[in-house]
Design a protein. Structure first.
Length: 88
């Protein structure tokens, strides 16, 4: 085993292996930049959507109308547990 390790120690390191760490770190930095840009884009889209909803909700307000019962011709249900549940 010691002889094998001496042989590996004496061998020259390939150039591609020497530059592997730099390439990995560059790719990690690029992914971090992309993730940060994506978070900013999503935040901008959320703010634009929220602002558009607020603007549309405040500019186009329909008049208030009282709600009518869903079934005006049907009498109160005899199966209701209480008359407090009757909407009329």
């Amino acid at each position: 085993m010691d002889d094998e390790l001496r042989i590996l120690n004496a061998a020259a390191m390939p150039a591609a292996l020497d530059a592997l760490d730099d390439r990995v770190l560059q790719m990690l930095a690029a992914r971090r930049r992309e993730a940060a840009a994506m978070r900013r884009t999503i935040a901008l889209a959320a703010f634009v959507s929220l602002g558009g909803g607020i603007a549309a909700g405040s500019l186009f307000v329909p008049p208030a109308v009282a709600a009518s019962p869903l079934t005006p011709l049907v009498p109160a249900s005899p199966l209701a547990p209480s008359t407090l549940l009757d909407v009329r």
